[in-house]
Design a binder for this molecule. Structure first.
Ligand SMILES: [Zn+2]
Length: 367
């Protein structure tokens, strides 16, 4: 009798274990994206999106069926910077402001890009800042301060990332080269050349055919603003996607509209509009690919709101309809928008923490 009870309990335990195991497995392959494109509008809040929508009459973001809001607070604080929020979206863990993909205790946090590489996927980072700036850095480097851009460059050069597009050439050349911002003899361009094509202009990047790994340094420091440059983030996004889509194991690509934040810090409404249009163009390029491809998850979100930006009706006799207004020249603690399209998009609906983005993407990549 005792034996039978034990045996019955044992059988129930086995049954429960099987049920839990099945619940933890993906329901079906259909919900698992082969490719992931994560677009981050740095400093973009709901008002920034609204302003862009009012000016253009429509956003590519409207092509994405799933929407929600993201909580952005950092470890030990209320208002985040790009390093802490980026770390949450890249790794699934909160950290302190200024820290690049290390825990508050200093432990290395594995990023979604690194998990993708481990699975044999192709990976890429595109930004209009220096490629060593906080948001791209959190995906491929681990340092105690976002200001350590020379060390971030070294870690990026020695990582397995297949596509790097943005500014920041000055952090990759040795100190005796004019314009270098390194203090050592390391020639990271030579390190990169061992495993990828390296170019220094948009013209050279666009001409490349059949390349599977590319670093394109479009500026010594940051790229010109959207208003000043003669190429768009959509151009860069489309080229990066073309290069990465050549691999057979799928890809992870992060594309940042880096300078929305800078225009908002400057309380420059016109600048925000140019940067937002540029960013929305990149969202369009990602969706164009995803709609044809059918196995690509596209996520558009932000790391934090900048400017306490709001839109008011213009005073009578004003030449414009909308009056941009700012309550701050800094980051705020407002929730930020998230939109998703494609396999796995449904998870991003509703209100989530920024760590949910990183944790979910890593789960998708590991499956
Ligand atoms: Zn900022």
């Amino acid at each position: 009798m005792r034996w039978t009870m034990k045996r019955a309990r044992f059988q129930v335990s086995i049954l429960l274990a099987i049920v839990f195991l099945m619940a933890s497995l993906p329901a079906s392959g259909a919900d698992r994206p082969k490719n992931i494109i994560l677009l981050i509008g740095d400093g973009m809040g709901v008002a920034h999106l609204t302003f862009s929508h009012l000016a253009t009459g429509g956003l590519n973001a409207e092509r994405m069926p799933v929407g929600g809001l993201i909580k952005t607070f950092p470890f030990g604080g209320m208002v985040t910077d790009s390093a802490a929020s980026g770390t949450a979206m890249a790794t699934g863990y909160k950290t302190k402001n200024g820290v690049i993909s290390l825990s508050p205790e200093g432990d290395t946090l594995r990023t979604v890009l690194e998990s993708a590489e481990a699975r044999g996927m192709s990976t890429g980072l595109v930004a209009t800042s220096s490629i060593t700036h906080a948001t791209p850095a959190v995906f491929a480097a681990h340092v105690t301060s976002r200001r350590m851009e020379a060390e971030i460059a070294r870690q990026m050069a020695q990582s397995g990332v297949d596509v790097l597009v943005g500014g920041g050439w000055s952090f990759f050349v040795p100190h005796d080269i004019a314009g270098s911002r390194r203090t050592d003899d390391l020639d990271l361009i030579e390190v990169l050349k061992k495993r990828m094509t390296v170019v220094r202009s948009v013209e050279e990047l666009m001409k490349l055919e059949g390349a599977t790994a590319v670093a394109a340094f479009l500026a010594s420091r940051e790229c010109p603003s959207a208003k000043e440059r003669d190429y768009s983030l959509a151009d860069l996004a489309a080229k990066a996607i073309e290069i990465l889509a050549g691999g057979s194991e799928g890809f992870f690509l992060m594309i940042e509209g880096s300078q929305i934040d800078w225009a908002a810090h400057d309380n420059d409404g016109d600048g925000i509009l140019h940067e937002m249009k540029d960013f929305d163009g990149a969202v369009g390029a990602a969706l164009d690919f995803a709609e044809k491809n059918g196995a690509t998850l596209v996520i558009m979100t932000s790391d934090h709101e900048t400017g306490g930006f709001a839109l008011h009706e213009s005073p009578m006799h004003s030449s414009r309809m909308v009056e941009p207004a700012f309550t701050s020249d800094r980051h705020t603690m407002e929730m930020v928008p998230i939109f998703a399209y494609g396999p796995g998009a449904g998870a991003f609906g509703g209100i989530h923490d920024n760590t949910f983005v990183g944790a979910t993407l890593i789960e998708y990549v590991r499956r």
